[in-house]
Design a protein around this ligand. Structure first.
Ligand code: GCU
Length: 416
């Protein structure tokens, strides 16, 4: 073989190895468990027993007693509190671009700026919205917490149109299924791995003298979630959208965010989390794949500072992630894992959805019935809790989207 080609192949192999090690966090991480047999024994906190020891037996008690307790624990100890809804902010929406002939007339594309203003200053988000043309409106929508910069030119090229691209948006399929699609960029309000919180959205809410979030105040994921809520404020004002039928979704970091967004803001009708893993759907107590320690070492403020107190003390957390999914009930929730995405602990993601199902049942809905994870590639979606695990690693692929769209159609299309 030509020596140049061989060299190229060796370099390529090395690059691929480094990339896959990076993903699984293996570089120097001897202390990550991927072996099911080594998952420690654990007791999950009870969903249906209050902090005072009272057993919850009715939907009413869940909504009035237990759910608020759990939400307060997630806010104060895990993700960090967002500003109270009563905090005065001024929101302004500005359509900066409109293309009614997008995708050869299939959709109308709108680029909308959302300005958030307080007496301390202003910050602007830019969302992208694609609304199917020629359908009975208002339409339901899928909102994605997105890694793709909504100000970038990507959206004018093939990226959007291909159903095969990994992590692309299969816009054609989404629109054909009768959904609008809305993308919210994750770095509009806070940087990916923010550590200073000087220019982020936080600064608009600091009282005199404060310059960093307090231990129980919003970290990065909470700030992204809050952005999704503001995007929903816009959709409520857009007469082409039925804002009561909006699903929030995301992958990985944004899958974590999607679940937290839906739990906090009950206007969202559904949540879809793709490979959300640690601080997403996966159970903390399994300590399988990424752990709290790994997360706060790399991304110190994705969660709030209080969460750091539970590093290597996961069993002391008064919540686990099945409780986050339960707070989305009775609204449908879908969880997606990948066999090779061991960093995100697919089994832990399934178990979380399975245990959350206890609350779905209490509320008269159907959850997951078997503790056993379903066969690879086979989606369970006959109730309000859906799940699939597929072969392969950390990405969203065409087949995943098909299942998300099927689940969303089942629950959010009026004609069904
Ligand atoms: C890192 C991080 C994960 C996260 C992922 C992503 O791997 O450790 O928690 O899900 O990035 O957002 O792609």
């Amino acid at each position: 073989m030509h020596i140049g080609i061989m060299k190229f192949q060796v370099i390529l192999m090395m690059v691929m190895m480094v990339m896959s090690f990076g993903r699984e966090g293996k570089e120097g991480d001897k202390d990550v468990n991927y072996d099911e047999a080594k998952v420690p024994a654990y007791d999950l906190p009870e969903l249906l027993v209050t902090a005072e020891g009272r057993r919850i037996t009715t939907a009413e008690e869940w909504y009035s007693l237990r759910r608020p307790q759990i939400m307060s624990l997630f806010s104060n100890l895990v993700y960090g509190r967002v500003p109270e809804p009563s905090t005065p902010i001024k929101l302004t929406f500005r359509e900066v671009k409109k293309d009614e002939a997008f995708m050869r007339g299939k959709a109308t594309r709108k680029d909308v700026e959302i300005q958030i203003k307080t007496e301390k200053g202003a910050k602007t988000m830019r969302i992208l919205l694609f609304v199917p043309n020629g359908v009975t409106k208002p339409v339901p929508a899928i909102m994605k917490h997105s890694f793709n910069n909504t100000r970038s030119g990507d959206f004018d090229v093939g990226f959007l149109r291909s159903d095969r691209l990994k992590n692309g948006w299969p816009l054609g399929k989404i629109l054909d299924a009768g959904f609008a699609f809305c993308a919210v960029y994750h770095e509009d309000l806070v940087r990916h791995n923010e550590v200073e919180f000087r220019d982020s959205i936080h600064r608009l809410f600091y009282p005199e003298g404060q310059s960093f979030p307090k231990a129980h105040e919003w970290g990065v994921l909470s700030a992204c979630a809050w952005g999704g809520m503001r995007a929903l404020d816009y959709l409520e004002a857009d007469t082409e959208i039925d804002a009561e039928r909006v699903a929030i979704m995301g992958h990985s970091k944004m899958g974590k965010t999607a679940l937290w967004t839906a739990a906090q803001d009950q206007r969202f009708a559904m949540a879809i989390s793709a490979q959300s893993g640690c601080a997403g759907a996966a159970l903390w107590r399994r300590k399988s794949g990424e752990t709290l320690k790994k997360m706060v070492t790399r991304f110190p403020y994705w969660l709030c500072r209080n969460a750091q107190k539970f590093v290597e003390q996961e069993d002391d957390l008064p919540v686990d992630q099945h409780m986050l999914l339960a707070c989305i009930a009775p609204r449908p929730v879908y969880v997606h894992s990948g066999v090779k995405d061991t960093w995100a602990d697919g089994r832990g993601e399934y178990l979380s959805a399975y245990h959350a199902s206890e609350v779905y049942r209490l509320l008269g809905k159907k959850g997951l019935e078997s503790e056993k994870s379903p066969e690879v590639g086979k989606a369970v979606m006959d109730g309000e809790v859906g799940y699939h695990i597929r072969n392969g690693g950390h990405s969203i692929e065409g087949g995943d989207w098909e299942k998300f769209i099927q689940f969303a159609s089942k629950h959010l299309k009026k004609e069904n």
